[in-house]
Ligand binder design. Structure first.
Ligand code: SLL
Length: 310
C-alpha cells in the first residue's frame, strides 16, 4: 500500500458497479472437447472472473486480483494483473466445486487496503425448482453463478477521486444522460453514493472538486459524445460500452443483452417480484388474522359456556 497522498474528499462516497462469478461447461465431445493432457477425472472446464458491468474497464481502480483455488489444483494461488479493458480471470478444469477466495488489490493512488471476496464455484445447476436450475444455464450448456456488486470508496483521497471521476459524466451533460442511450446513471443505488462530479461536489465536499466540476461544465456534449465547444480545447470523446454505459461511471445498462444480465430491466423485474411477494404475504397475514379472530370468538363462547355450567 502506497502512503496516502493528499487529503480525503470529505462527505463523498463513490461507487463502481462490477460483476464477479464463475462460468462452467461440462466436457462434451462435440460442444466442449477435453483438451489433451487433462486428467481423466476432470468433468468440466470453468472460469472465475471479476469484471466491469457491461464489460467496461475497471483497471483504473482495481490493480490486481489474487485468486485462491482449491489446494488440489496445481499452483492454486494465482495473481492476475489488470489489463485495461480485460476481465481479471482464470480458466481451469476440474471435477469438484469449492469456495474461491478473491483478494482485490486497488490502484496505489487509492491507498486502500486489499479486500477479500468469496465465491462458490458452481459446476452443477441447483435450486428448488427446475425453473431455478434452468436460470443458471446460459446458452443451454454453461452453468453460470454471477453476482452484481458495488465497490464503495468512502472519502477517497483527492488524487484517487480525480482518477475515479475523470471520464465519468460531466455535470453539464444531463442532456446526454437523457438522450445518450445509456441509462440509469443516477448513481443512486445507495442513498449515500455518488457517481458524478456534480453529485459528489453537491454534497458540499471539496472545494477543489467543485471548481473542477465548473470548469468541466463549460464543455457540452451532443448525443455522439462529441464536444460542441468551439474552443481550442482538445475535444473529449466520451467512451461508452455497447450497452450504453459511460466509462468510469457508476451506470448500469438500461436493458439486458446476452451475457449481460445486470441492468435496470433486471432491477425492475426484481422489484416487481418483491412487490408480488409482499402482496402474497399481506394476503396470507389477512387470512391468518381472520382465522385468529374466529378462534378467539370461539374460545370466548366456550369460556362463557363453561362458566355457565359451573
Ligand atoms: C468436493 N470439497 O468434494 C470439494 C473439493 C475439489 C476440486 C473439490 C481438482 C482439479 C485438479 C478439482 O477439481 N478439485 O486436479 O486440477 O467437491
Amino acid at each position: 500500500m502506497a502512503p496516502p497522498t493528499g487529503k480525503r474528499v470529505k462527505g463523498v462516497q463513490i461507487f463502481r458497479p462490477f460483476v464477479y462469478g464463475t462460468t462452467a461447461r461440462p466436457f462434451d465431445e462435440k460442444t466442449n472437447p477435453k483438451p489433451p493432457g487433462i486428467p481423466d477425472d476432470h468433468t468440466h472446464s470453468w472460469t472465475v472472473f471479476i469484471k466491469g458491468i457491461d464489460d467496461v474497464d475497471i483497471t483504473y481502480w482495481l490493480r490486481r486480483v489474487q485468486f485462491k483455488l482449491h489446494e488440489s489444483i496445481p499452483n492454486h494461488v494465482r495473481m492476475v494483473e489488470g489489463v485495461k479493458g480485460q476481465p481479471f480471470q482464470i480458466h481451469e478444469t476440474g471435477w469438484g466445486e469449492f469456495e474461491i477466495t478473491m483478494k482485490l488489490y486497488y490502484v496505489p493512488e487509492s491507498s486502500e487496503k486489499p479486500q477479500t471476496l468469496y465465491h462458490h464455484l458452481r459446476l452443477h445447476p441447483f435450486g428448488r425448482t427446475e425453473e431455478k436450475k434452468e436460470a443458471m444455464r446460459l446458452n443451454g450448456g454453461e452453468v453460470i453463478s454471477w453476482v452484481y456488486e458495488e465497490q464503495i470508496f468512502n472519502e477517497p483521497y483527492e488524487p484517487f477521486y480525480d482518477i475515479l471521476i475523470s471520464g465519468a459524466l460531466p455535470p453539464s451533460a444531463s442532456t446526454l444522460k437523457d438522450g445518450g442511450g445509456g441509462g440509469g446513471g443516477s448513481g443512486a443505488a445507495t442513498p449515500t453514493s455518488a457517481n458524478t462530479p456534480g453529485a459528489s461536489s453537491s454534497k458540499g465536499g471539496n472545494k477543489k472538486g467543485h471548481e473542477r466540476s465548473h470548469s468541466r461544465a463549460s464543455v457540452s456534449t451532443n448525443k455522439d459524445g462529441k464536444n460542441n465547444n468551439e474552443s481550442k480545447e482538445e475535444p473529449f470523446v466520451i467512451q461508452k460500452s455497447e450497452g450504453g454505459v459511460l466509462e468510469r461511471s457508476a451506470m448500469i445498462p438500461l436493458v439486458n443483452r446476452p451475457g449481460q444480465p445486470f441492468s435496470r430491466e433486471t432491477e425492475q423485474l426484481e422489484i416487481q417480484k418483491l412487490k408480488e411477494a409482499k402482496l402474497k404475504v399481506d394476503e396470507m397475514k389477512k387470512q391468518m388474522m381472520e382465522e385468529l379472530e374466529k378462534k378467539q370468538k370461539r374460545l370466548e363462547a366456550l369460556r362463557a359456556e363453561s362458566a355457565k355450567a359451573a
